[in-house]
Write a protein that binds this ligand. Sequence first.
Ligand SMILES: O=C(O)CCC(=O)C(=O)O
Ligand SMILES: [Fe+2]
Length: 235
Amino acid sequence: MSIPRRINALDWTATRIMLNEHGYAYLPSILNQEECLQLAQLYDQPTTGFRSHINMARYNFGRGEYKYFSYPLPNIVSQLRSSFYPYLAKITNEWEYQLKTGRQWPETLEQLTETCHQANQMRPTPLLLRYTKGDYNCLHQDLYGEIHFPLQVIIQLSAQSEYSGGELVLVEQRPRMQSRPMVIPFEQGSAIIIPVRDRPVKGLRGWRRNQMRHGVSELTQGTRHTLGLIFHDAN
Ligand SMILES: O=C(O)CCC(=O)C(=O)O
Ligand SMILES: [Fe+2]
């Protein structure tokens, strides 16, 4: 099945409910093993177009490395990004309505990209990450500019047997309460949808925002590759 058809076939009602109840949504089997391997191998291929290579330790972001793709994105990355977007935009538009921001996200990724470009956010944000023993990713938010689409997707490219540790961690900050940690199960080929910066939660006096951060715990063994899909471009 093609990538757009796979994404179209997902149960988006259940996904929206899971995201709103738990703060993240888990989507099993988005990519098959071969696709995961091909994507992970792009990391070392000299022909892959990357715009930058980040050593996380250099910026105190953690330990490990990642590479941002340049435009044009590899076909599979581009298909995943543009196929996920319209479903996520529907969810975020509900959030904007609940939070009474007056904001509406466009229906297609092309339109969002155009909005980003007008705000001088021109650089693509999809990235490949690689962690080896001892590597970790500090809790962070992927904002990259004034325009930040509220949801992002992370896809696991490595099999559980290839590494130990390296758990995806999500922390939700709750006003006047202690933060809530979540360790997310993350099998090869599965995707996780998470909020980029915050999410609406219903309180006693209406909807408010809970700040969210994500990171990865230390790898104790092996190698772990992930694909990050962020929908806004970077300045
Ligand atoms: O490697 C991971 O699971 C997290 C990746 C990440 O931080 C991202 O895609 O924004
Ligand atoms: Fe991230």
